[in-house]
Design a protein around this ligand. Structure first.
Ligand code: MP5
Length: 216
């Protein structure tokens, strides 16, 4: 079987490295990140995870029978993750209610909705690329962060062995799907992979004001 995931990660190596070398991840790893920056990310990511429930549910509705368990479990995990965000936000005295989406969050969430409504192949590609981005990003943070850091629970969330197995299973499902796809479909999947990597890179910049903002 061809490895679509490996080919894409090779092709997008420079972009992927740029994401992994982002200031947010470096400062989180080194313990120098400002609390406001971390909390700024946390509040926006809660919106992303909320939107992911509908996104994965949309994928499940189009999925072949053999992917039901994988995607059904993903929805259950997202529900648990929303509670995790709520607990962690409360622990640092931050409120998740009524957060306005940043431009990048809004754009990324719309992209999720659009791909879920497009083809299953593209939707699964976006899901894998986003999850793989978080696995790799937080694994990099784990390599240096003080385990006593108040942010360590986030590192654990996306570097746990169970999460790694989930991302690997998504990769296998995506490789199978790509091997059955037409060349035109694979082109669209590649484009979706690259756009997801760009959104992931942009997302880390949100707390530093890198995103475009509507004028008041
Ligand atoms: C994920 C996330 C990982 N939480 N936020 C972004 C911007 N990208 C990827 O998804 P999940 O569902 O939290 O594992």
């Amino acid at each position: 079987m061809s490895s679509f995931t490996r080919d894409e990660l090779d092709r997008l190596g420079r972009l992927w490295r740029r994401m992994l070398e982002h200031r947010f991840l470096r400062e989180a790893r080194e313990g120098t990140i400002a609390d406001e920056a971390f909390v700024g990310w946390l509040r926006q990511d809660y919106l992303f995870v909320e939107a992911s429930v509908g996104f994965v549910a949309g994928l499940l509705a189009r999925a072949p029978r053999r992917h039901y368990d994988l995607l059904g479990d993903a929805i259950a995990a997202l529900r648990g993750e929303l509670r995790f965000f709520e607990r962690e936000a409360a622990a640092v005295g931050s409120d998740l209610a009524g957060v306005a989406p940043a431009f990048t969050t809004s754009a990324y969430v719309h992209f999720l909705r659009a791909t879920a409504a497009s083809t299953y192949e593209e939707g699964l590609t976006v899901l894998y690329a986003a999850e793989k981005a978080y696995l790799d990003s937080w694994s990099g943070v784990r390599a240096g962060i003080d385990p006593g850091s108040r942010w360590f629970p986030f590192v654990e969330n996306w570097t746990a062995p169970g999460f790694e197995r989930y991302v690997a299973a998504l990769g296998t499902a995506l490789d199978e799907t790509a091997s059955e796809a037409s060349p035109a479909q694979r082109e669209r999947m590649s484009a979706a992979f690259e756009l997801t990597a760009l959104y992931e890179l942009a997302f880390w910049g949100i707390p530093f004001g890198d995103e475009l903002r509507a004028l008041p």
